[in-house]
Design a protein around this ligand. Structure first.
Ligand SMILES: Cc1cc2nc3c(=O)[nH]c(=O)nc-3n(C[C@H](O)[C@H](O)[C@H](O)COP(=O)(O)OP(=O)(O)OC[C@H]3O[C@@H](n4cnc5c(N)ncnc54)[C@H](O)[C@@H]3O)c2cc1C
Length: 427
């Protein structure tokens, strides 16, 4: 480990101790951004860095995805989805009562006027993503691990389903997202191993991807340590207060880790700690599954999104990752890998040469707010506490921008966007 000096000396913060709880893509980016502001940063995690939800996601730098998950008409589709045990949405029924408050807010967020507003607020972050990520990726020496702005290919099984997607596509175009329609022949030219079943598609031009999400988190984490950041294995359960302010994190082993500034970045597990800090928040999880199979003899050059199948296929370093869908079931229930198998079966319809041999299955907990917006916020209760979680389907994408925005909040600098839409007490 080296202890190089931060490049930005900030007299107001020099030597001040910041603790970030959570070493996922969000926490590591926050840690790096605070190091640059001359904070003495320690990241705490109960496990190995990058082994949470950031480990096995679909790897999309999905800057074109400013449409929220709850869209006008989503509610009408829910009964049909739930009838199909392996459809795009499933619920663990025993969890439904606990999930109800979240679901009611999710439904409220699906009105046209809310969707218009939320998509602008998501676009405000997404439009900054490449500008914020590029230097972070370059400084960490990860340029070869990220394919930038190569575009994702959205495919439709019929002209009818393309027409049904028009509202979402038009919404995103209106927010400045570049989306170009293409024909069946163009689809087959771009990706000859796709089944010839898609009469039309779109290219989402600014989308990028990483070759392995885990390598990105661990690469950034290594860079954080090389720049003098510290890491401690610790599960935080509560806080110690002095003069009314939280001043130390209490861990399961009874240790107390002191801080001047605290950032909670525990992904889907942030709710309990936020409540302990006086900020109850309607965070829940949208569980997601995937299967990653070796290439065998199939070729794929870019991310494919099949809207009709609700699946996404990403070419990665270790193979093709096939996944998607949402399972509402909380943080405790064990994974149901039949869902990964069902998604893979749909993937085989999209790409018949996919071969499950040697594949690995994974389930992760998306940290989801009912309005699809992350929490990037000061605490309304404590001036030395900040929250950075709830990135849902877009945590990898928003990692560097979140780090930058949190560092602006911590140092009291002017953020480049209005931060009001992401405050923790917006509900
Ligand atoms: C199937 C699937 C596909 C996805 N695809 C994409 C995609 O293509 N693009 C994209 O941008 N996003 C995608 N996502 C979403 C993305 O993976 C998440 O938004 C992101 O990983 C969240 O990062 P995080 O750092 O907030 O949380 P995590 O990576 O989960 O990190 C949280 C960390 O906090 C630690 N922790 C929790 N509680 C405590 C505690 N009490 N004390 C100490 N440590 C604690 C955990 O151990 C963990 O390491 C996908 C998600 C899934 C499930």
């Amino acid at each position: 480990m080296t202890n190089s000096k931060p490049d930005t000396q900030n007299p107001a913060s020099d030597g001040k101790k910041a603790v970030v709880i959570g070493a996922g893509i969000v926490g590591v980016n926050v840690g790096l951004a605070l190091l640059k502001k001359a904070y003495d940063v320690t990241i705490l995690d109960r496990g190995e860095p990058g082994r949470g939800t950031s480990f096995g996601n679909a790897g999309g730098i999905a800057v074109s995805e400013c449409a929220p998950i709850a869209m006008p008409g989503t509610l009408l589709n829910v009964p049909g989805w739930l009838m199909d045990p392996y459809g795009p949405l499933s619920i663990r029924w025993s969890y439904l009562p606990k999930m109800m408050p979240w679901l009611l807010r999710f439904i409220a967020a699906s009105s046209k006027s809310r969707v218009e507003q939320i998509s602008s607020e998501l676009a405000a972050i997404l439009n900054r993503v490449w500008e914020d990520y590029e230097p972070v990726i370059a400084e960490a020496g990860l340029n070869d691990a990220v394919f930038k702005k190569e575009g994702a290919l959205g495919v439709y099984r019929s002209e009818k389903t393309r027409r049904e997607a028009e509202y979402g596509i038009d919404l995103r175009r209106r927010k400045g997202i570049k989306i170009r329609d293409i024909t069946k022949d163009e689809i087959m030219d771009l990706e000859p191993d796709l089944a010839p079943i898609f009469p039309c598609g779109v290219i989402e031009e600014d989308w990028g991807r990483v070759l392995d999400p885990f390598k990105i988190v661990t690469g950034l984490y290594k860079h954080f340590i090389e720049r003098g950041g510290k890491f401690q294995t610790a599960e935080v359960t509560d806080f110690v207060y002095r003069d009314g302010q939280p001043r130390a994190a209490m861990t399961t082993t009874g240790d107390q880790v002191t801080f001047d500034t605290l950032v909670v970045a525990c992904g889907a597990w942030s709710k309990t700690l936020a409540k302990r800090l006086g900020s109850p928040v309607p965070l829940d999880t949208e569980r997601g599954y995937n299967t990653t199979v070796p290439y065998h003899d199939v070729k794929l050059s870019r991310t494919i999104i099949s809207a009709d199948d609700s699946i996404i296929l990403t070419p990665m370093e270790m193979g093709i990752r096939v996944g998607g869908a949402v399972e509402l079931g909380g943080l405790i229930a064990p994974p149901n890998y039949d869902r990964a198998k069902a998604l893979f079966a749909k993937g085989k319809q999209v790409m018949p040469k996919l071969n499950a041999e040697g594949g690995t299955e994974w389930m992760g907990f998306r940290p989801s707010m009912p309005d699809s917006k992350p929490v990037i916020s000061k605490s309304p209760k404590h001036r030395n506490v900040f929250f950075s979680f709830g990135h849902g389907h877009l945590g990898l994408t928003m990692g560097a921008t979140t780090g930058r925005l949190i560092s602006d909040l911590v140092t009291g600098s002017q953020a480049p966007i209005d931060m009001t839409p992401y405050r923790i007490n917006r509900f």
